[in-house]
Write a protein that binds this ligand. Structure first.
Ligand code: TXA
Ligand code: MG
Length: 315
C-alpha cells in the first residue's frame, strides 16, 4: 500500500468538520470513543471499507461494527426485537454492541458485514465520536485503530505510533475512559455474549433477568473473526503468575512489586482503563516475557481476562 500523509486533527469544531470531510471523501480517520480509538470509514462506501481492511491488515471475513448517533439512526440499518430495544434503551450511548438482522434497504457495504445477514451496531458514549457522527451525518464503520492482531489503542500516541502513513487523519482526543472494547451481544435465537467488554455481563444479566449463553454453546450464535491470538504485545505472556521468573517483567494487579501495574488498589475499572496502555508500555520497555498477576474473573475482569488470554495465545 502506498504511504499516505496522516494529519492530526484537533478536538474542536474545525477538527470534527475535517474528520467528517475525510469520511465523505472515502478516507480513513481515527476517532476516540469511550472504549478504544476506532478507525472510521463511511459504512456505505465499499472502496473506503476495502482500504480500511488493507490499512489494518485485517482478514476480510472479520466483520465491522457500525457506529450511529442514536437508536433512531440504528433503526435505519437493523431490525430491533423487543429485547434488543430494551437493551439499547438501557445501555446506549455506551459500550454495548448489538448484533441484529440487517435491513434489506440498509445500504451498508457488504464488506462491513463480511456478507452476513446481521449487522453489529452501537451508539458510542464519547463527545468526539458523537461530534464526528453529527458532522458526517451517516453510519461509520470502525474497528479498533490498530494493526490487526496487535494491542488496541487507548491514547492518541498509540494510534500515531502504529497507523501513521497508513490512514488519512487522527482526531487527537486524549485517553479512552473505559479502555476495553464494547461488550458484543446477540439476542437471537437466545441472548448470547459474543465478546466480554466494557459493559459487565452481570449488568446485562441483571437487566434481562436471565443468564447469557456463551458463543460456542449449543443453539448460541457465533461471532466470526474472533481471533484466538489478538492484542499481542511483542513479548510472550504468562497468565496467573504469582511471581516473576528469570527474564520476565511483571504486569501487576493489586499490591505486588511490578514495573507496570494495572491497578495497585486492585480496582477492575482502573485496570481495564490501563490495560492496553500497560501492554504498549511493556513493548516500549522491551519486555521479552511478561508475567501477569491473577485478575478476578467478574465485572470488567472478564473483559480483561479475555484480552489477556488472547494476548497469551500461541501466534
Ligand atoms: O468498542 C468497540 O467495540 C470498538 C470501538 C471502536 O467501537 N470497536 C471494536 O471493533 O472493537 P473490532 O473490529 O476490533 O471488533 C469487532 C468485532 C469483531 O471481532 C467481530 O467478530 C464482531 O465485532 N462482529 C462484527 N459484526 C458481527 C456480526 N454481524 N456478527 C457477529 N459478530 C460480529
Ligand atoms: Mg480490534
Amino acid at each position: 500500500m502506498n504511504e499516505v500523509t496522516t494529519r492530526t486533527l484537533p478536538a474542536d469544531t474545525a477538527g470534527l468538520a475535517a474528520a467528517a470531510r475525510v469520511l465523505s471523501d472515502g478516507g480513513l480517520v481515527a476517532v476516540p470513543t469511550e472504549t478504544v480509538y476506532g478507525l472510521g470509514v463511511d459504512a456505505r462506501n465499499s472502496d473506503a471499507v476495502a482500504r480500511l481492511y488493507a490499512a489494518k491488515g485485517r482478514p476480510s471475513f472479520n466483520p465491522l461494527i457500525v457506529h450511529v448517533a442514536t437508536i433512531g439512526q440504528a433503526e435505519k440499518y437493523v431490525e430491533f426485537d423487543d429485547m434488543s430495544r430494551a437493551l439499547a434503551q438501557a445501555f446506549w450511548p455506551g459500550a454495548l454492541t448489538l448484533v441484529l438482522p440487517l435491513r434489506t434497504d440498509a445500504g451498508i457495504s457488504p464488506l462491513v458485514t463480511a456478507g452476513l445477514d446481521t449487522l453489529a451496531v452501537r451508539v458510542p458514549d464519547h463527545v468526539l465520536a458523537q461530534g464526528v457522527l453529527a458532522a458526517f451525518d451517516g453510519p461509520i464503520a470502525a474497528p479498533s485503530a490498530n494493526p490487526s492482531g496487535q494491542v488496541s489503542p487507548t491514547k492518541f500516541s498509540h494510534v500515531a505510533d502504529h497507523m501513521t502513513g497508513l490512514i488519512d487523519a487522527i482526531v487527537d482526543g486524549g485517553e479512552c475512559a473505559v479502555g476495553v472494547e464494547s461488550t458484543i451481544l446477540s439476542t437471537q435465537p437466545v441472548p448470547t455474549l459474543l465478546r466480554a467488554g466494557g459493559i459487565p455481563t452481570e449488568a446485562i444479566e441483571a437487566m434481562l433477568g436471565c443468564d447469557l449463553a456463551q458463543a460456542g454453546d449449543a443453539a448460541a450464535p457465533t461471532s466470526p473473526g474472533q481471533l484466538v491470538s489478538h492484542y499481542a504485545p511483542k513479548g510472550c505472556v504468562r497468565l496467573n503468575a504469582q511471581s516473576v521468573e528469570a527474564g520476565e517483567m511483571m504486569l501487576g494487579f493489586g499490591a505486588v512489586d511490578a514495573p507496570v501495574n494495572l491497578s495497585p488498589s486492585a480496582n477492575l475499572i482502573e485496570a481495564a482503563a490501563n490495560l492496553f496502555d500497560a501492554l504498549h508500555r511493556l513493548n516500549a520497555l522491551g519486555a521479552d516475557k511478561i508475567a501477569v498477576s491473577p485478575i478476578p474473573d467478574h465485572g470488567l475482569g472478564r473483559a480483561i481476562n479475555d484480552r489477556l488470554r488472547r494476548a497469551a495465545a500461541p501466534r
